[in-house]
Design a protein around this ligand. Sequence first.
Ligand code: OOG
Ligand code: MG
Length: 262
Amino acid sequence: MDIDTKTISALATRLQDAERNVTPIEKITNDYPELGLTDAYRIQQALVTRKTEAGHAMVGWKMGLTSQAKMRQMSVDRPIYGILLDCFAEAESGEIDASRFIHPRVEAELAIVTTSSLYGPGCHIGAVFQATECVMPAVEIIDSRYRDFRFDLPSVIADNASSSGFIIGSRMMRPEKADLRALGVVLERNGEIIEVGAGAAVLGNPLSSVLLLANMLAERGEEIPAGSLVLTGGITAAVAMSPGDSLTVKFQNLSSITARFR
Ligand code: OOG
Ligand code: MG
């Protein structure tokens, strides 16, 4: 069922307030059980439009729930996307102010930047390969606006797929130099290995995540323009971070990313 524009706007406000006040809310489908995925993306867009109107720039997209580890962790069964804004960027090797998050979690991801536009329907991995300028190591910092990270698919889509922050590593690679399927990652918190994985965990190849994004956007008549950043989704389960925790994510043949939450 389609919900009216006033309700879309009211639900975007609910999520915006939760983010601003750093206070979790219950998932919005508790009040709107009939909320469908199309309306959920309308709420996401309304939320993002408020940020761009406030002066923030869109830099690309993040795919979410593209690995079995993530789907299992969150009890959802389908990939989603969210929109990345310039204000989400955190410095590599930097200190991250944990007070802006409700309950931050980090994810080891591979990111790409496009050199030409990508569009569906029928976008295929060859097109993604050709349009990929470089592959970069990335850490996504997610923060659900929902209590205890408990949501369903429409609720998390409306919440811009838990987008909050990202760190891009400095050592990048041309796509032909990397077998992204075999690229290993090790995620350590306070020096202890918490998660390990390889790129293949993301839909068999992280580039498949980009083609899926192009095809999902095509359903809305949109495309991925040249110069877009795309985070392809967590390779392993997400890991909770508290103030004082340090993070190191090692990416095979790429730079490591370190950060400290304060
Ligand atoms: C939704 C976002 C998932 C990923 O990489 O799978 C995501 C969530 O788990 O809160 O960013
Ligand atoms: Mg992610």
